[in-house]
Write a protein that binds this ligand. Structure first.
Ligand code: SF4
Length: 308
């Protein structure tokens, strides 16, 4: 479908798109998939160097699958939410075993891979294979909410109606639809930001419902609060994983105690890392990244103490 937005937005994207490695001509589907997993919860500026290093080390799924999962966790570094590294390793292993080492193009096959939800499957199918799918990430949802429905923010989760609306806006030609999807995403990142949309620089301002309505404020309580990080279990998990990433040797309880003072919280975070498969407990009581030692079959016998 051609809408009043299509031409102006595609023209704007042709002039203003950022030069990102996963958009470069000839980029591989694996590069796109890795970028989408990294971008799920990490800003572009931090993903660019991490993506470059990841692709330099593992340019194909079989290259990653040939190494232990713990190496993926180590390479993940400080990108956050490190379960994504494990899922990426699992995906590389499945792609290698079932699909000859080539990232599959089919949406439903992509959707069945570990860590790949509807958004990521649509993004990889669109950006790596030029298919026609509604790609509903946070930026796209915000732009479409303002542009089409005149609301400052979308609902917490996409509804069937929202998905249908997004699909109805897609140009008919698959390659053009893929360009449209990435263009809307880029507009949300560079112009139609959450806090301060630059409507005077927007290529679709003339047809924007929210702007026409005078940019009505978000109803009270509808926005998302910023999440605290300092002192959380998440920060503790990050510190413990950093101990393992920064050393080739397994870690002891004392190594962990040196980076986190609250023993109850440390024990909880460590149990969570073990349960998530990000850390392997070893028979000698130490801990390693997955695949870097023989796993202990029983749970940790006791919480670590400062003297242990
Ligand atoms: S006119 Fe403003 S609110 Fe509307 S899409 Fe453009 S930047 Fe967003």
């Amino acid at each position: 479908m051609t809408t009043p937005y299509t031409g102006p937005l595609l023209g704007w994207y042709a002039c203003h798109a950022r030069d990102l490695p996963w958009r470069a001509p000839g980029t591989t589907p694996w590069s796109v998939l890795v970028s989408e997993i990294m971008l799920q919860q990490t800003p572009v500026a931090r993903v660019v160097p991490a993506h470059r290093d990841w692709l330099a080390r593992w340019p194909t799924p079989p290259a990653l699958a040939a190494e232990p999962a713990g190496e993926a966790v180590r390479q993940w570094g400080r990108l956050g939410y490190p379960r994504r590294a494990l899922r990426l390793h699992e995906t590389a292993t499945i792609v290698t075993a079932r699909y000859g080492g080539t990232v599959p193009a089919d949406f439903d096959v992509l959707l069945a891979l570990p860590g790949i939800g509807a958004y990521t499957a649509a993004a990889v199918a669109s950006f790596a294979f030029g298919q026609r799918h509604a790609v509903l990430d946070t930026n796209v949802r915000r732009v479409l909410a303002r542009l089409v429905t005149g609301r400052a923010r979308p609902a917490a989760t996409p509804s069937v109606a929202e998905r249908r609306m997004a699909e109805s806006l897609l140009p008919a030609e698959p390659a053009v639809a893929a360009q449209w999807s990435v263009a809307v995403m880029e507009l949300g990142a560079l112009v139609c930001s959450a806090a301060s949309p630059l409507c005077t620089a927007c290529p679709v301002a003339r047809d924007c419902a929210w702007l026409a309505a005078g940019r009505p404020a978000q109803p009270a309580g509808a926005g998302r609060r910023a999440q605290r990080y300092d002192g959380t279990d998440r920060q503790c998990r990050g510190r413990l994983l950093a101990v393992l990433r920064d050393s080739r040797a397994p870690a002891t309880d004392a190594d962990f105690c040196a980076v986190w003072a609250d023993q109850a919280q440390l024990a909880r975070a460590l149990d969570g890392l073990v349960a998530d498969g990000l850390v392997d407990p070893l028979p000698d009581g130490r801990y390693a990244l997955p695949g870097h030692g023989s796993r202990r079959s029983s749970p940790r016998p006791a919480q670590p103490t400062a003297s242990s």
